[in-house]
Design a protein around this ligand. Sequence first.
Ligand code: CMP
Length: 136
Amino acid sequence: MNSIEQTLSIIKPDAVERNLDNEIKEIFKKNGFKILKEKKIKIEKSEAEQFYKVHETKPFYNDLCSYLSSGPIVVMVLEKDNSVLANRELMGATNPKDAAEGTIRKKYGISIDKNSVHGSDSVENAKIEIDFFFKE
Ligand code: CMP
């Protein structure tokens, strides 16, 4: 069954640094996503640590948080039918090396760390992640 969902998307520092944010936003729009909210921000490492808290015990946690706070990012609330899954499909595999042709990470990703975009992995986490960046 289809249902309108919202998901959180982040265009990561490697992509913003290469001025790819508008190009990536166009890909989302062309694929039927509405960008309901967006802002370009730079976050502190402590905020990245909070955002990625689910990965706290992973060996890559420290580098991941340093990286996400290393430069400007664009955070967006995307809306579409089944947007969580649709966004994950459009992004492609976490490691750009494994990402399918036509996906954002295949096209723009540099490495597993610098993989250009983040997307929520479940409806539940999407709500938490949207609140994290956009709670009024
Ligand atoms: P993202 O979807 O933002 O979620 C967590 C991030 O950790 C992931 O994208 C990758 O950029 C990064 N990462 C680094 N190393 C790994 C790894 N071995 N497995 C999964 N994610 C990793």
